[in-house]
Design a protein around this ligand. Structure first.
Ligand SMILES: Nc1nc2c(ncn2[C@@H]2O[C@H](COP(=O)(O)OP(=O)(O)OP(=O)(O)O)[C@@H](O)[C@H]2O)c(=O)[nH]1
Length: 417
């Protein structure tokens, strides 16, 4: 199997900063646009009387997807270079940007925060950076766009960089890397080719920078977590003893012979075999969709989690989490929701709202309710324990959604720290 790097990117920008244009330009410069699409862009640009190609048209007509039961406009756009596959989660900037960005970014490793060179750092830039921070995106690229409209002036770039640096200072953000790149998405300056207009900029082009990133995959440094998706019990006699547990492995490796604990029963056994399609493995790595069998006959059902006995997660009936409210109905103290953690569902009652967090880094304030797009710290009592890791250790095992029991709508996304 070809082993190409996969980089997942979240884009964040305010209305008209040029997000669509940038994505279209990346598609164009990597040869990822179909001839049909390119012809349509050329035709529409001509009709509109432009003397340039309007790449913002490239992402038009993409279907909105449903993610985790949230009706939300997140389009996943794919492009690739010789070495790397990229997925961009494109979320509209204008409406409900917090919930859109949270959803789009929660599976990404890299955030591109767009800033209009004419406007500089604005309030929404704070929010975008805050969310990148909250979701632990390991790399942030600050793309200062529309440099053509400020005469490709280095001083404009330096001023915005200084303002952003001041924001980083205020935030205590432990990012691995923040990179500033002056670009013109429209003209293609510093996207795939180095700009002759900005000789003062000595760094990489955006595409080169994205290609050399080695985003630390949080999952790979964590503990092995294997939520069981299916229990396989073939009926034929030949396979009488076979009982396989299928699912996707998150976190660390699992090996044949590992002593494991099955949650929530806390029963112990040993891994007898690991299969990947029809291949027998000694070791399974994170991200692999595998079927495992155990030495003992253990009662396991969908939603149970198999972990190494030496690496147990936290098991708690009371949790405190950072919540982003993604529904018009506010979250209030005393309310009950269905909390979905992986494939498991438990009842959750809001015990207290500890604070609402200001996304401009000005601090926290007390509140009785969290409204749409608010972010806050909330404590819950659960009907049953969930078995979780902190989000910074294992993203999938450290996050959850809250579902309204009446409407079945997702009302919040939560991250346990
Ligand atoms: N001069 C110049 N104009 C740009 C550049 N990038 C984008 N634009 C223009 O800015 C306007 C907004 O660009 P879009 O790409 O539609 O912006 P957006 O951020 O996707 O906007 P929303 O879709 O509303 O979120 C369009 O008229 C673009 O042609 C740039 O680098 N230079």
């Amino acid at each position: 199997m070809e082993n190409r790097k996969l980089i997942k990117i979240a884009t964040a920008g305010s209305v008209d900063d040029g997000k669509s244009t940038l994505i279209g330009r990346l598609l164009y410069d990597t040869g990822s646009l179909t001839t049909d699409k390119l012809e349509a862009i050329e035709k529409t640009s001509r009709q509109r009387g432009f003397d340039y190609l309007d790449f913002s048209l490239a992402t038009d007509g993409l279907v909105a997807e449903r993610e985790q039961g949230i009706t939300i406009d997140v389009a996943h756009i794919y492009f690739n270079t010789d070495k790397t596959n990229f997925i961009v989660a494109d979320t509209p900037g204008h409406v409900e940007y917090t919930r859109n960005m949270v959803t789009g970014a929660s599976t990404s490793q890299v955030a591109i925060i767009l800033i209009d060179a004419r406007k500089g750092v604005i309030e929404q830039t704070y929010r975008h950076f805050f969310i990148s921070n909250l979701l632990r995106l390991s790399h942030v690229v600050v793309a200062i766009n529309k440099m053509d409209l400020v005469g490709y002036d280095e001083d404009v770039f330096l001023k915005i960089k200084a303002d952003f640096d001041a924001l980083v200072e205020k935030s205590n953000f432990q990012t691995e890397q923040i990179t500033f790149i002056p670009i013109s998405a429209l003209k293609g300056e510093n996207i795939a080719k180095k700009s002759a207009e900005m000789p003062w900029y000595v760094g990489n082009t955006l595409l080169d920078h994205l290609e050399v990133l080695e985003p630390e995959d949080l999952q790979e440094q964590a503990f092995a977590r294997f939520p069981v998706q299916y229990v396989i019990r073939p009926k034929t006699d030949a396979f009488h003893d076979f009982r396989g547990f299928s699912g996707k492995l998150y976190g660390g490796n699992l090996n044949v012979g590992d002593q494991v604990t099955i949650l929530p029963s806390f029963t112990e056994s040993k891994i007898k075999s690991i299969q990947l399609f029809d291949q027998e493995l000694e070791v399974a790595v994170p991200g692999a969709s595998i079927t495992i069998t155990l030495e003992d006959e253990v009662d396991i059902s969908r939603g149970d989690m198999i972990v190494k006995s030496s690496e147990l997660p936290s098991s708690e009936k009371s949790i405190t989490a950072t919540i982003c409210q993604v529904n018009h109905k506010p979250l209030k103290i005393g309310q009950k929701y269905t909390l979905q953690h992986g494939v498991n569902r438990v009842l959750a009652k809001v015990e207290s709202i500890q604070s609402k967090i200001q996304t401009d880094f000005s601090g926290e304030e007390s509140t009785e309710a969290l409204k749409l797009n608010d972010i806050g710290k909330v404590s819950f009592k659960l009907s049953k324990a969930i078995h979780f890791d902190p989000y910074q250790v294992n993203r999938s095992n450290g996050s959850f959604i809250l579902i309204d029991e009446g409407t079945h709508d997702t009302v919040s996304v939560g991250f346990i720290f």
